[in-house]
Design a binder for this molecule. Structure first.
Ligand code: SF4
Ligand code: SF4
Length: 136
């Protein structure tokens, strides 16, 4: 005869054990998860005076495996420094690999803890330089 009692008791024991453990689920969005220190969320551009720190060297669009970064360079007429007149990321194509951050020679781009990127329209996933630059 098939003995079903033993697996049944073992299963009930596991259920009982879990009843007294701290739950691992969060009541999101009222409870916020703590992300790891090396979490790779939405990008942000560090600010340098009145604009982003990006010097439009084109390294990050070159290394980006998803080809989702668009950079256009301009030159300051007074200081003759190069800067990015356009810096866009199509976040729908981004695979959050972090290569752009590693490639940047001036520490202009970083990845934040922001993982809440859901949206309704495709165009809302195109992040411009203005949207990405730190507001300080
Ligand atoms: S994280 Fe990777 S895929 Fe996304 S923009 Fe940077 S290099 Fe491209
Ligand atoms: S690597 Fe850095 S400086 Fe060069 S284009 Fe990208 S963000 Fe700008």
């Amino acid at each position: 005869m098939l003995n079903v009692a033993s697996p049944l008791i073992n299963g009930l024991k596991i259920t009982l054990q879990h009843l007294f453990k701290k739950p691992v689920t969060l009541q999101y969005p009222t409870e916020r998860p703590v992300v790891g220190p090396r979490f790779r969320g939405l990008h942000a551009l560090n600010r340098f005076h009145d604009r982003s720190k990006c010097v439009a060297c084109y390294l990050c669009p070159t290394v980006c495996p998803a080809k989702c970064i668009t950079v256009e360079a301009a030159e300051d007429p007074i200081t003759h420094e190069k800067y990015a007149s356009r810096y866009d990321i199509d976040i729908l194509r981004c695979i959050f690999c972090g290569y752009c951050v590693e490639a940047c020679p001036v520490d202009a781009v970083k990845m934040t803890e922001n993982f809440e990127l859901a949206n309704y329209k495709r165009e809302d996933f195109a992040y411009t330089q203005e949207m990405l630059t730190d507001k300080k």
